[in-house]
Ligand binder design. Structure first.
Ligand code: CMP
Length: 138
């Protein structure tokens, strides 16, 4: 169990030219890209993706931001992918993210925090299915 996770490089990071640097950091950290695409979510799709946060005070800002521009979604494979990837990306709030983590390097706020990683194997399954059909996976 736990050999894959779903990541999203968020709009601000893509817009500011940090996509390649972030993908490189992920790859050099030992993850294989099993699937990858760049797309734009509409507000309704962003709300569906983040359904478990519905009702929280940051939900509207989060889904506005996530539908504000292009994102890059990818399925990453590695042993213990979910937990290890959350360590690699760092704390949700970049002010609390450790040196060397992706959010420390590229995030500017809790909302504009550069990157997403699945929080459990169950979330990873649901999130991979949200973005990718079977034919799009290796
Ligand atoms: P992400 O890993 O994409 O999953 C949920 C997102 O909600 C998270 O990144 C943050 O961008 C956002 N988020 C979580 N907690 C807060 C918070 N307290 N204030 C603002 N945004 C938050």
């Amino acid at each position: 169990a736990g050999n894959k996770t779903l990541t999203i490089i968020k709009p601000y990071a893509v817009k500011n030219g940090n996509l390649g640097a972030i993908l490189h950091k992920i790859e050099e950290s030992g993850y294989r890209f099993a699937a990858i695409k760049t797309l734009k979510l509409d507000k309704h799709e962003a709300e569906a993706f983040y359904q478990e946060h519905k009702g929280k005070p940051f939900f509207d800002d989060l889904t506005d931001f996530m539908s504000s521009g292009p994102i890059t979604a990818a399925i990453l494979e590695k042993e213990n992918a979910v937990a290890d990837f959350r360590f690699l990306i760092g704390a949700t709030d970049p002010n609390n993210a450790k040196e060397g983590t992706i959010r420390k390097m590229f995030a500017t706020s809790k909302t504009q925090n550069a990157i997403h990683g699945s929080d459990s194997d169950e979330s990873a399954d649901r999130e991979c299915d949200f973005f990718f059909s079977k034919r799009e996976r290796l």
